[in-house]
Design a binder for this molecule. Structure first.
Ligand SMILES: NC(=O)c1ccc[n+]([C@@H]2O[C@H](COP(=O)([O-])OP(=O)(O)OC[C@H]3O[C@@H](n4cnc5c(N)ncnc54)[C@H](O)[C@@H]3O)[C@@H](O)[C@H]2O)c1
Ligand SMILES: C[N+](C)(C)CCCC=O
Length: 486
């Protein structure tokens, strides 16, 4: 491995790297080679306690700083991330296997956007004045929640660490972040950069570990909130554990999102949207539009153009900027997705592209397209979280919307059409938190991102995220004598 991927130590607590080799070892595997490139250790109870105490000790002073001061630190961290984008992108590619051509523009840059956006917003997080009869009034204070626990999935380790940390810190909270055990490296760099930018010790801490470490953090009495990015089954466990202490939550969970392509859509845009919404990050994206409903009159042209475009896939070394399709994150994830492909074939779906494991090292799987998929097939009901697109056929708008919504998930949805009124009708009808017209999977920091139904609770990014990292205190001010009944 030409890159130095072994971190200084496993954890980052109170402004410094901390090691405790008593914790279970976690080997970091480079998905392109299958070789171990670093080793960290899971947090022992003592390490978890140390991180929570550091976050707890730091919180009041951090909250007492002005928003302008906190924001300046976050914006400085954004600048450092941008300066180091290349190295951070290489690390993201080592951690996840995603091609450098992708990580260079979508990971540390997205994290920096969040730090800059919420840094700029920090000073604007204020209460309001509510005038009442007789000169009395109420004013509100928008206060931080306290210590927040962030728990990350493996597909966007830098982005997730920042999407949670930036709004939490802007609002005056402190954070203990536990990355996924599959991709533990990048969040440590986020902590290091925040500290270098001036975040006081304890404001942003990182501890490693499997689910059990995450579970132990949630129920600690020092914790006010938990923000999880992960699967629905994990979300259900984390939400239930948080409920015991009536803790605030943000749940960014899985999906089975629809893309609806009408006959009148721009074919090239619709195919681009389907590629972006199924094969970016080798299909390992929560909001992917894995059920592509194509109106009957366009299906043949859509499949023909899609398969033509898939000839441009360059599968290979993630560090080669020509590569646009990397390996999957792990052998386990590749095996799970292969099983879904086998199930799809057995159910009678028509395989029109891919479906195979290339004969090479690394956790590669071809981009795969099934046509003639029906709503009852596992291909159309289960989140696969890999490069598998299912194409379904429909006739009418009413049918498309009904079938698009017939899922317990509600993360994202998109419609491709040139008919303006139909586009907005569909967007209004979708049961999903994040909708698109004539595109899919874009997630700028200015826009709210999150799911409805089983796909989540709360929103990340945009002004909406502030709601989920603050609480409102109302203060009644009497300007008149107190009137009592006796
Ligand atoms: N909605 C979003 O923004 C979003 C973004 C990325 C990924 N995801 C979802 O994440 C999933 C893939 O990621 P994954 O395989 O890492 O998910 P996962 O649910 O297996 O794990 C997510 C995190 O939760 C931790 N965890 C597991 N059990 C826990 C428990 N009982 N208590 C506390 N923490 C626990 C894991 O260690 C990991 O850090 C997919 O379902 C995908 O859709 C959602
Ligand atoms: C920015 N993307 C590509 C939409 C990813 C969001 C996080 C989901 O996995």
């Amino acid at each position: 491995m030409p890159y130095d991927t072994q971190p200084t130590a496993s954890h980052f607590i109170a402004g410094e790297y901390v090691e405790d080799t008593a914790g279970d070892p976690i080997d970091v595997v480079y998905p392109y080679t299958g070789k171990v490139i670093a080793r960290v250790h899971a947090a022992t109870p003592a390490i978890a306690d140390r991180a929570l105490q550091a976050a707890s000790d730091a919180q009041a002073a951090w909250a007492a700083m002005t928003g302008t001061e906190r924001g300046r630190i976050l914006r400085r961290a954004a600048d450092i991330m941008r300066e180091r984008n290349h190295d951070l992108s290489v690390l993201e590619s080592c951690d996840t296997g995603k091609p450098l051509s992708e990580t260079t523009v979508a990971d540390a840059t997205s994290g920096a956007d969040a730090l800059e956006y919420f840094g700029g917003m920090a000073a604007t997080i204020t209460g309001e004045h509510i005038p009442l009869a007789g000169g009395d009034f109420v004013y509100t204070r928008r206060e931080p929640l306290g210590v927040c626990v962030g728990i990350g999935a493996w597909n966007y380790p830098t982005q997730i660490a920042c999407w949670k940390g930036a709004p939490a810190l802007a609002c005056g909270n402190t954070m203990v972040f536990k990355p996924s055990e599959t991709t533990p490296l990048c969040a440590l760099k986020v902590a290091e950069i925040l500290t270098e930018a001036g975040a006081p010790p304890g404001v942003y801490n990182v501890v490693q570990g499997m689910g059990a470490v995450g579970a132990s953090l949630i129920t600690d009495p020092r914790v006010a909130k938990v923000s999880l990015t992960g699967s629905v089954p994990t979300g259900q466990k984390v939400y239930a554990a948080a409920a015991e202490g009536l803790r605030n939550v943000t749940m960014e969970l899985g999906g089975k999102s629809p893309q609806v392509v009408f006959d009148d859509a721009d074919l090239e845009d619709a195919v681009s949207g389907a590629i972006l919404g199924n094969f970016y990050s080798t299909g390992q994206v929560c909001s992917n539009g894995t059920r592509v409903f194509v109106q009957r009159g366009l299906v043949d042209a859509f499949l023909t153009r899609l398969t033509e475009r898939l000839a441009d896939v360059v599968m290979g070394d993630p560090m080669d900027m020509a590569t646009n399709f990397g390996p999957m994150v792990s052998a386990r994830q590749r095996d799970l997705v292969e099983a879904c492909i086998a199930k799809g074939k057995a159910a009678g779906a028509r395989l029109v592209h891919g479906g195979n494991r290339p004969d090479r090292e690394g956790f590669f799987l071809e981009p795969t397209v099934f046509a003639d998929v029906t709503d009852d097939m596992a291909l159309a009901t289960d989140e696969i979280f890999g490069p598998v697109m299912s194409v379904l056929t429909f006739d009418t708008e009413e049918e498309a919307l009904r079938r698009a919504n017939a899922t317990p998930y509600g993360l994202a949805a998109s419609v491709f059409t040139k008919d303006l009124t139909r586009a907005h009708r569909m967007a209004a009808g979708f049961e999903a938190g994040t909708c698109y017209i004539n595109t899919h999977n874009l997630a700028p920091v200015e826009a709210p991102f999150g799911g409805s139904k089983m796909s989540g609770v709360g929103r990340e990014n945009s002004k909406a995220a502030i709601e989920f990292y603050t609480q409102i205190k109302g203060i009644y001010v009497a300007m008149n004598p107190v009137e009592a009944p006796f």
